[in-house]
Ligand binder design. Structure first.
Ligand SMILES: Cc1ncc(C[n+]2csc(CCOP(=O)(O)OP(=O)(O)O)c2C)c(N)n1
Length: 616
């Protein structure tokens, strides 16, 4: 079958078991072929092929609502719903998204990119369906990793409350990005292994008919039957009034179809526990699903990923914290499920007693970090900028208010590229800027990043946020020195020059490369908060014309901080702010995205030349 020709999932209903199995193999090959070119979430998608085909066989999308948690594993769904021919554009600028998108298809009723929202969404759809007196099924397809998020638990708790039927498909591959953690994961493992489960799998009629009393129960009210069913199959889900069915072999089409049929016919909300193998069908991904969770383009024949010759900034940060942890037993590192992404492998291997993976729990991890730090500890808490949005209240209400010594590593700050609008780290400055006690810093190179970390851990004792982007740079073990909180530096200061560019991070490095020896002053505003009032006073006194360059949301950014101070000082300076307007940035290559929103260095260079009336 030509996968690219699939227009919708209707054809599936006519296929027999063998044809369905063949289709799954073809889809797998199609995914590997395409993702090896475009990059994407390979291992998660390979594990969910049969599961998704069986769901589309049993249910009727778009009539029934398919809500994939995160959406990173929805490629088979995209293929079956008419988007296979566009797979060459996956995650590229102007191409199809790597997640569900309402604008892409009527088969995508909801959108995500962050985890643990699917059950809440399915429940909301189901509640509205019942209010509207309509009849269709609302499905949340959620991984065991995403089920560790508090939001998923809150939704489970509300199923009994809202009383609308939802179907939860738990795709359990024992993995988050790294191996899944925590009591829930242990519990799921227990279910998979337990023999009592086998008992529960047999029909309760079979069990009841073994004894006289049982037969009597079976012949009496359905309530008694329900009670008995619950007893033999009692677990966390059934105790929340959600029926439980499973575990089901997630690569056996027949078993899946039968189980999903039962779920469709059930009156009650139900969770179908499906066991899958992450990376299924592609050996390198099966053997190392963490590495192959999300990848760039790769060599599909040899199963090799391209190597960067420079370390990522995440690695530079974690290497530096590792140096501190070697000598300082009071540092604890906490990650909400991002050991690999935040490059914490060595910290976790060398300091297992002071490293915690809390699962996908940005909110919990932040309050936990706060409490640990209040007990004579310093906590390193790296979280991706966009996921930090989940922890806003915990940073404000806990860490900042109690002035706790937590060094928050804001990883993937700025535009991240192919993951798109749900993942760009462009809001953190804006939402943290208004919180008292917080320091927000961003270093321009290896040495400054290391010195900022040193300052955050050893030269102050309050919350310290250090942002760093998704990029690579040279690493070297430079000696540490303090960078006084709230101090900026001139990268270039020219006598009598009245033009000043202010920027931070690698943006200021790029500006310096473009404008060194030109008639502009260049200020590295490595502390976005607090700002350097001495330098600002100097800029006012010499009436500098100022250009602020940020690749984050403009509202409440560094530029706003400068304007606020100038307003307070009734400064006469002309100031131009550049940054991202109050809008979402799409997915695609970082440089192309920056060009699209007119924030790439070439555009900025011309803009600065024009603004300051400089010679080209
Ligand atoms: C709030 C949030 N935190 C972290 C992530 C990063 N992330 C994406 S997928 C994933 C693991 C999901 O595991 P699971 O749900 O089991 O799906 P699998 O990929 O194993 O199929 C994580 C941690 C995210 N998308 N959203």
């Amino acid at each position: 079958m030509e996968i690219s020709n699939i227009k919708n999932p209707n054809f599936l209903k006519k296929l027999d078991k063998q044809e369905l199995e063949d289709l799954c193999e073809e889809i797998r090959t199609f995914i590997i072929d395409n993702v090896s070119e475009t990059g994407g979430h390979l291992a998660s998608n390979l594990g969910a092929v049969e599961l998704t085909v069986a769901l589309h066989y049993v249910f009727n999308s778009p009539y029934d609502k398919f809500i994939f948690d995160v959406g990173h594993q929805s490629y088979t769904h995209k293929i079956l719903t008419g988007r296979a021919s566009e797979f060459g554009t996956l995650r590229q600028l102007g191409g199809i998204s790597g997640y569900q998108k309402r604008c892409e298809s009527e088969h995508d009723p909801f959108e995500a990119g962050h985890t643990s929202t699917s059950i809440a969404a399915a429940l909301g759809f189901a509640y509205a369906r019942d209010l509207n007196k309509e009849k269709y099924d609302c499905l949340a397809i959620i991984g065991d990793g995403s089920l560790t998020g508090g939001l998923a638990f809150e939704a489970l708790n509300n199923i009994e409350n809202l009383k609308s039927k939802v179907i939860i498909i738990l795709n359990d591959n024992e993995m988050s990005i790294s191996r899944n953690v925590g009591g829930l994961s242990k519990f799921l493992k227990g279910i998979r292994m337990s023999s009592s489960y086998d008992l529960a799998k047999k029909s309760y009629k079979e069990i009841l008919s073994l004894t006289k009393i049982g037969t009597k129960i079976y012949n009496t009210s359905s309530k008694a039957k329900d009670e008995f069913k619950k007893k033999i199959n009692s677990n966390i889900f059934t105790n929340l009034d959600i029926d439980y069915l499973g575990p089901i072999d997630g690569h056996n089409i027949d078993e899946l179809i039968k189980a999903f049929g039962k779920a469709r016919d059930s009156k009650n909300s139900i969770l179908v526990h499906v066991i899958t193998k992450k990376g299924k069908g592609y050996l390198p991904a099966e053997e190392n699903s963490s590495t192959w969770h999300g990848v760039g383009h790769f060599d599909k024949v040899n199963g090799t990923l391209p190597k960067s010759n420079k370390p990522s900034i995440s690695e530079i940060v974690s290497n530096t914290v590792h140096e501190f942890m070697e000598k300082d037993e009071d540092i604890v590192t906490i990650t909400p499920a991002m050991i690999g992404g935040s490059k914490l492998e060595k910290i976790f291997a060398d300091f297992p007693n002071r490293s915690i993976d809390t699962g996908i729990t940005e909110s919990f991890a932040t309050t936990l970090a706060c409490a640990i730090s209040l007990n004579n500890k310093k906590v390193f808490l790296p979280i991706y900028s966009s996921f930090l949005q989940r922890a806003y209240d915990n940073i404000n209400h806990d860490i900042a208010r109690m002035n706790a010594h937590v060094v928050i590593g804001i990883d993937r700050a700025g535009i991240v590229g192919e993951d798109g609008d749900t993942h760009h780290g462009i809001f953190d400055i804006s939402f943290l800027n208004s919180i008292p006690n917080l320091v927000i810093a961003m270093g321009k190179d290896n040495e400054e990043i290391r010195n900022l970390l040193y300052t955050g851990f050893y030269k102050q004792d309050r919350p310290f946020c250090i942002r760093y982007e998704r990029a690579s740079m040279e690493f070297s073990k430079t000696p540490f020195r303090e960078i006084k909180v709230g101090t900026w530096e001139y990268l270039q200061k020219i006598e009598d020059c009245k033009n000043t560019i202010v920027s931070y991070g690698t943006d200021v490095t790029k500006i310096y490369e473009e404008f060194k020896d030109k008639n502009v002053n260049i200020v590295n505003a490595r502390y976005i908060k607090p700002i350097d009032k001495n330098i600002l006073k100097e800029l006012i006194a010499t009436n500098q014309k100022i250009y602020v360059y940020e690749t984050n949301i403009k509202t409440n950014g560094l530029g706003t901080n400068i304007l606020e101070y100038f307003n307070y000082k009734e400064a006469p300076n002309k100031v131009k702010l550049t940054g991202i307007d109050n809008s979402y940035v799409k997915h695609g290559n970082v440089e192309l995205l920056k060009k699209q929103i007119k924030l790439d260095i070439d555009f900025i260079k011309d803009d600065i030349i024009e603004y300051f009336n400089l010679e080209k």
